[in-house]
Each structure stands twice: as C-alpha cells, then as structure tokens.
Design a protein around this ligand. Structure first.
Ligand code: ZN
Length: 249
C-alpha cells in the first residue's frame, strides 16, 4: 500500500508528458518544492483537472512511488482570477516563480517562503492593484525572498566600515551586499567595480519592502527614475546571488 500525503501547494510549472500526462512543479506547505506527475490528467474524464492548473493554490494529495510522485487528488482553494485576466500581472507571476524555481533546489519545507509566496500572489491578485504598482509586487517578493534565504542586504550601515548611513551620496554594491558610504567608495581603487550611486528614495522603497509595509508603499508616488533604479539594483543584486548559488550547488 502507498502512503497518501496531503498538503497545500501552489502549482507554478506544468509540462505536457506523452499524450495525456502532465508534470507539475508545486511549492508545497509541508514539503517545499515538489515535482508531481498528473497521470492521464489531460483526458476529459480526469477528475484531477479542476484542481491542478498553473497558478492554482490547491489542496493536493500524492503518493510516492519508486521513481516519482503521482498526484491522486487536487482540490482548488484559490485560482487568482485577476492574475489570469491581465497580461501584465501574469508576466509578474512568471517572474516570481522563476526566481523561486532558480533559488530553491531541493525538497525542503520553509514556512516563511510558503507565507511569502501566498501573500505575494494575494497582492498580485488584489482588485485594487493599479497597473503602476504592479511591478512593485515582484520586487516585494524578490527582496523578502532573498532575505529569507539569508541574503538580507545592509541598508542602514556601510557594508565596509559599518558606519551608520547618513543622508549624503551613497552607493549600492551587490558584491559587498548593501550600501557603501561615500568615504569608502572614494577610497577604493576601482570604484566602478564596487557599486553604483543609489538615491535615498530607492533605498526607502527597498527598506519598506523588507519591513513588509505594503500600505505605505502603495501610498508613495514613485517617479519613473526610481522605479528604473529599483529595477537595476534588484537585477544586479539578484544576479550576483544567483551566480553564487549556482557555483555552490
Ligand atoms: Zn564606509
């Protein structure tokens, strides 16, 4: 007899296998990231279909065979309809799960990642979400996700001399893992390699994200240039960590 495992999971990848099967990648509450086979799920008669679809949060049940896990039940909890209806939101959902898939390799439960993923999808699905603030949802996920994985950036003190950051010219260095004061920046021989200037407004946005202060974030009127800077800093920091992660695994 097989043991049946039950848990909640967010289905974030699906791939057709053969004529009627599908392979799902699911981030689950109790087991972390899993790959589970949906046998004959593409047949019209499959009762699993109603609960196993991309970006569904579902209650799932599976069995562990010798070589793979097989889905035996899937009951929909939330299908995030606003994400599916809106291309912009859908694109962000893909960005979020790409980051998740890139950084989470093994099968290990993590309550904090689970909570963050659920919270992020709820925010992305919210009726009140405006197109302008849509992108913030991705960065909100990314910075908090990296912090959970142990890569919380230093945003209050200089990463090199540890002095409190004062409101003057400051720099962000992905290599050093956070802000760098003007003095340290000017003292390094090759400043271009150490970091880029970052505006106080952008620092404030990242701080608020890490404080999970979504309410205040929504109230901010963020100018395009700070959004651009947020994009560049996030991209640089995430690439740096991805690089380290792929070297160590
Ligand atoms: Zn310094």
């Amino acid at each position: 007899m097989f043991i049946h495992y039950r848990t909640q999971g967010l289905i974030f990848k699906k791939e057709d296998l053969g004529e009627t099967n599908q392979l799902f990648t699911i981030y689950t509450k109790d087991f972390g990231k899993l790959e589970i086979l949906g046998k004959a799920i593409r047949k019209i008669s499959s009762k699993l279909k109603s609960g196993a679809e991309l970006f569904y949060l579902s209650e799932i049940e599976f069995i562990q065979g010798k070589t793979h896990k097989t889905l035996t039940d899937a009951i929909l909890i939330e299908n995030f309809p606003n994400i599916k209806k809106d291309l912009k939101r859908l694109k962000i959902a893909y960005q979020i799960v790409d980051a998740l898939d890139n950084m989470v390799k093994g099968q290990e439960p993590d309550e904090k990642i689970w909570q963050l993923l659920n919270e992020t999808f709820e925010r992305l699905n919210a009726n009140t979400l405006k197109p302008v603030t849509c992108n913030l949802v991705y960065y909100y996920f990314l910075w908090n996700f990296l912090a959970i994985l142990g890569y919380q950036p230093e945003l209050y003190h200089c990463s090199l001399c540890q002095k409190k950051i004062s409101p003057e010219k400051v720099y962000f260095s992905s290599k050093e893992g956070g802000l760098i004061c003007r003095k340290c920046f000017s003292e390094t021989g090759a400043p271009s390699r150490l970091g880029k200037e970052i505006q106080p407004e952008t620092i404030k946005i990242i701080r608020l994200m890490l404080q999970k202060d979504w309410k205040t974030l929504l109230k901010l009127k963020i100018e395009a240039k700070y959004l651009k800077e947020l994009f560049l800093v996030s991209k640089s920091y995430f690439s740096k960590i991805c690089g380290e992660n792929s070297l160590s695994s």
